[in-house]
Write a protein that binds this ligand. Sequence first.
Ligand code: GDP
Ligand code: MN
Length: 373
Amino acid sequence: MSVADVLTLLALALALTHFSFPLLYYLYLRSRWLNKPWDIKKDPSYRPRVTIIVPTYNEADLIESKLNNIFEQDYPKDLMSIIVVDSASTDGTVEIVERWRDKHPDARLVIIREDIRRGKAYALNNALKHVDGEIIVITDADSRWASKDVLSKAVSWLSDPTVGAVTCVKRPEEKGRLDIEAGYRDFYNIVRIGESKKWSTPIFHGKLAAYKKDLLIEIGGFPLDIGSDDSYVATLIAIKGFRAIAVDNAICRELVPKKGYHMWRTRRAQHLVQHFIKILGLLSKASREFKPVLVAEAWLHLFNPWLLLAAATILFYKALMGSLTALAMLVAGVVLLILKPYRTWVVTQVYLVIASVRNLWTKEIAWEKQEKS
Ligand code: GDP
Ligand code: MN
């Protein structure tokens, strides 16, 4: 076999590995775990004190309806308090929150104003000092809980002593770049729930992330050196031996930016890459059930995307050198982009590769706000 053929075969092998690994992982979770009953006992009388933390940076357009969305929850009002922690917003966010508080004297709402912006995790740690609940729920200003019972449902899972953290599954709002977003969620929600039924998922959402306060304090609060605060603390809790699960009876929506969509995707991919790099150092501490999940997700976020780039680069080079086989494979890879799941997947890989490179010079800990309303 000539060197040329070896290169083409190598590209084919890389591409096959790239696509088959996630597909097999997905099929494994779907067939083996997705439809299994939860091995969790819920106590219907469990009604802990809950403190909901909303971090804000320039959320004037969204904060009022966010507070309404929280306040409409059917959870007992006397067991629920809200902390808005604002990091030097310049658009009047805090004034809107103050006005909302005046109009809702029955709401237990604390406002914390930071005079310098040091990032979301820093603000969350600041808010932790003022928490009076046993359960802490973090929720972003640009997210909405899809029904009035989302909080009750999410909290109910925490009545089982083995569960340490709970997150929602996402459904994007009917706005913006729907096709990429919606496809992304279908596949990912199934993976999230499959992992959760197996033991725990290492990816949490800032739309609703509920933690037992004691555990959060024990692990030292939120990390200041990476952007993916919610996923990282959930993973630490799972490594400690408690379950960190995504549940399908708590559904959240998130607004998709109308401007700056690519930057938004890149930054979020950067945060996930940072998260999994940090987790690599903790793999040996994970339990037998959780370790395979961590290894699979770390592979998918840190290494797998590069196989696709390598395959494409080789084929491109070979096509330039006049190989018709390479050209045909490359063209096939491009034409397939008309298929939505494939396109969604490839686009995500591109974001992950760009994110890994961009992480070399900026971690985006205090990121630029995207226009969403
Ligand atoms: P994304 O969901 O990852 O795209 O991030 P967002 O820009 O939506 O931010 C998530 C939440 O964190 C929103 O409620 C923001 O207002 C809030 N946030 C972002 N940066 C800061 C910050 O520096 N301080 C505080 N207190 N909140 C922040
Ligand atoms: Mn957001």
